[in-house]
Each structure stands twice: as C-alpha cells, then as structure tokens.
Design a protein around this ligand. Structure first.
Ligand code: SF4
Length: 301
C-alpha cells in the first residue's frame, strides 16, 4: 500500500487528509510530574527517562501554555509558515494533576489560533474517571490524541525498565479510553535489553489486534543522568547499528495493520546528553534508509 511519497501510513498524510494542511506538533511542558517520579509509584522513574521527563525540547515551564506555543511556532517558522498546529503536552505525565487544572490548560491550548486539537502524553494508570470525562468532553469538540508510553508488552521487561504498571493495567485503562472518540497512539522502544525482533513483531501484532490508532517507534536512547546510564556503566547495553535499526523497523512496517498511523520512526535526544547510539541524531539517514528498504521489498514482491 502506498501513501503519498511514503510506503506507510504516515502522520503527515493522516493530518493532511484530516485537516487539509500540514500539521506541526508544538511540544509543551506544563510543569507536571509523574507518579513514577514523585514517590507515588517510585521516585526513580523509567530507567530511560531524562530529568525533563522526555520534554527535552519543550520551552520553559516558566512560560504560560500560550507563550510556549508561541515560542514553538517561532522555531517552526524558521523553516515553514504554512501549516496548522497540534499543541502537544509532552513532558512527564500530562493527566496527573487536578482535573480543573488540566481542563484550563487543555482549553488554553486548543483555543490558540490554528490549533486543530490537542495531543496528550500520559500513563494508562493516570486516567481517573474525572480525566476520562474531561477527555470525552474535549473529544466531542476537537481532535484529541492520547499517547501511551507502553514501550514493551512483556511484564518482565516492564519491570526491568521500572515502568511501574503491568500489561493488565494497560489493557484495563486502554479499553476505558477506547470507548471515547480519541486517537490513541502507543509508544514502542526498539532495543530494550532482552528483546529481539520476535518481541518487536509481537508488540506490533498486539497493537494491531487491540486496534490502536497510531504508533510511535523509537530506538532505545542511553542518556546522561538516567538510571539507564548507571546500568550501562556496570552492564554495557548492546545498541544495534543504524543498519540493524533500519532493517528492524522496515520489517515491522511490513506487518503492521495498514490503518495504523505511523507517528514516529526515530527518536529525538539532545546530542549533549546522548551517550548511545550516536547515529540516532542522523534522522534523515534513518528515514531515507527505511524508505529505500521498503521500496526494495515492494519491488521484490
Ligand atoms: S512514565 Fe514517562 S515521565 Fe514517568 S518516569 Fe516513565 S518516561 Fe518518565
């Protein structure tokens, strides 16, 4: 199946089709924390989680939501001005606050001129009844994308990465969310110690079976000031090569349910704090490599 210039269902295509224009995601750090960081579940967090809770490219929390979006637009406008916006609550757990606080912040984001809706990254165990009600209300008025950082479907690996919830908890909350009109994106990490291509395929088949709307795939990043860095010093983690990553992801794209939107195929890590793999900063090479691989496998069919 060929979508636009890519050989998979890209987020670019999905958004252009839905909103008639390119949509730019603007990352926001709303100043939240995470139950896996504040001591409620644990105080150390997932082993790969950076001190900024995966919000390394967000603007300062000292800025309001509106001002963070304005700052994000300035960065994008250096490259392109003709697009719409999707404010993305990215850092830490973005449903982990009193529901009135969440409502005020989401409303501020969706009322920004050019915003097509809102994207919210969170944990499945942080979807209280109040939050579900809020998301339900929002989703009847605008586009709502909820991102869940599942990363692996194996409970032993989840325990190793200190994710802090099991697959049963994920499934229970996923299906509560599934009843709403929201676009659910699941995150997968390639390269977790102990996992192989069979595990990655299992993950892809799993999210296809539960009818997720989208997926974000990225390589494991070993970053400074994380638990994973400490682990890596004592037990060096084998990182795959760029070609192995390209081959792996290309293979996964050939088995994924065609209706699932591919929101990401690489990861972003600030080069100053990235330890391994250094090749992951070359996003263009990775994406071109995946394209070339997919083209080749289509031509050989
Ligand atoms: S759930 Fe997210 S914010 Fe919380 S520790 Fe894990 S990666 Fe970090």
């Amino acid at each position: 199946m060929i979508f636009f210039d890519k050989n998979y269902y890209s987020a670019d295509f999905f958004f252009k089709n839905k909103f008639g224009k390119k949509v730019y995601k603007i990352s926001i750090d709303a100043g939240f924390t995470c139950p896996n960081r504040d001591g409620s579940i644990s105080s150390s967090g997932c082993i790969f989680c950076s001190p900024r809770g995966s919000g390394d490219f967000c603007s300062s929390t000292a800025l309001s939501i509106t001002n963070q979006i304005s700052e994000g637009i300035k960065k994008i406008h250096a490259k392109n001005t003709n697009g719409l916006l999707l404010p993305y609550f990215q850092a830490f757990t973005n449903t982990y606050a009193p529901v009135d606080t969440l409502r005020a912040m989401y409303e501020e984001a969706i009322s920004y001129p050019g915003a097509v809706g809102v994207a919210i990254a969170t944990r499945p165990d942080c979807l209280s009844d109040d939050v579900i009600e809020l998301l339900s209300d929002l989703s009847q008025r605008t586009y709502v994308q909820v991102e869940l950082g599942l990363q692996t479907i194996h409970d032993d690996i989840a325990f190793f990465i200190n994710r802090g919830y099991d697959l049963k908890s994920f499934e229970y909350n996923y299906y509560r969310l599934r009843k709403l009109n929201v676009h659910i994106v699941i995150h997968q990490i390639i390269g977790l110690p102990g996992e192989t291509i069979d595990d990655y395929k299992f993950f892809i088949r799993y999210i296809s079976a539960i009818k997720a709307d989208g997926i974000k795939i990225q390589m494991l990043h070993i970053m400074k000031d994380t638990l994973l860095e400490q682990y890596h010093i004592k037990n060096p983690v084998h990182c795959m090569s760029i070609n192995q990553y390209i081959d792996t992801v290309s293979e996964l794209l050939t088995i994924i349910e065609p209706g699932i939107v591919i929101h990401r195929l690489t990861g972003d890590a600030p080069w100053k704090t990235l330890i391994e793999p250094q090749w992951s900063t070359d996003k263009k090479r990775i994406l071109n490599g995946i394209q070339a691989k997919l083209k080749l496998s289509l031509n050989n069919k």
